[in-house]
Design a protein around this ligand. Sequence first.
Ligand code: ATP
Ligand code: MG
Length: 279
Amino acid sequence: MLLEARGLTREFSRRGRTFAAVDHVDLKIDGGDFVAIVGRSGNGKSTLLNMVCGLLRPSSGTVLVDGRNVAELDDRELSLLRNRVVGFVTQSQTLLPNLTVMDNVMLPAVMFPKEPLDIMSSNDDASDDAVAGDGMTAGKTSDTGDMDVVDPDMPDVIAPMRVEPVGQDRSPDGYEKRVMALLADLGIADLAGSHPRELSGGEMRRASIARALMNGPRLLIADEPTGDLDAESTAVVMRLLRSVADGGTAVLMVTHDADALPYADRILAMDAGKLTESA
Ligand SMILES: Nc1ncnc2c1ncn2[C@@H]1O[C@H](COP(=O)(O)OP(=O)(O)OP(=O)(O)O)[C@@H](O)[C@H]1O
Ligand SMILES: [Mg+2]
């Protein structure tokens, strides 16, 4: 089981009133499963995703990612989990403005260079590159607004391993080839040398998807990945996400887009914080 949430709950207070944005959610996703969540604005979808990837602390309940209780991980372990195991396409734009598309997409691969690629087999030595170096956090924006984010200094790069095998080639050439392959898959290879400010919304979205796939995540979380895409680009992205799932990755997607739903194996509905099987 790649993802297991039990009784997951998050309360917020507003004008003296406390309400559960996510209310006792149970969810299991296996490798190879593609799950879509639909639901009206404000119903708790992003809050759920932020808890799943350890960006937001639950009020109660647990999240297991790849068998690890996210709440029990220290900063280094959580950073590594988010880098090696999880890919996250955030609802809002989080590319780093000073980096080219190439460097944005490559970033997850060059973080934590001394850590093993497969962190499942590595609970040992705390190495000195356990936290992201300076310069990686510049310009970070967060989808979580003023929520109490667990690790606000982590760039939202988040990504991971082995869609098509990432391979052991941890050389700049190997990384560059992989970035170009991902950009080509997403139809934006010609933008590799451009900066985010030169891209359209849909182009930025696709660059973010490439970044989330860079390390070959075993769990891919995507918050409205086709939000600003036309029908043709939506089909390109959804075929790619489908193939990622077919390659063994657990995919959890939030969408408002009816065109995206046929690619999913299961559709769930989020209503006032409760998650139910959709009709
Ligand atoms: N930090 C916060 N403090 C108070 N309330 C919050 C906070 N973050 C989110 N909320 C509230 O929690 C609810 C769920 O928000 P969330 O962002 O999860 O919705 P969503 O389903 O993703 O909506 P959308 O489809 O518009 O993205 C909303 O009512 C929102 O206003
Ligand atoms: Mg949302």
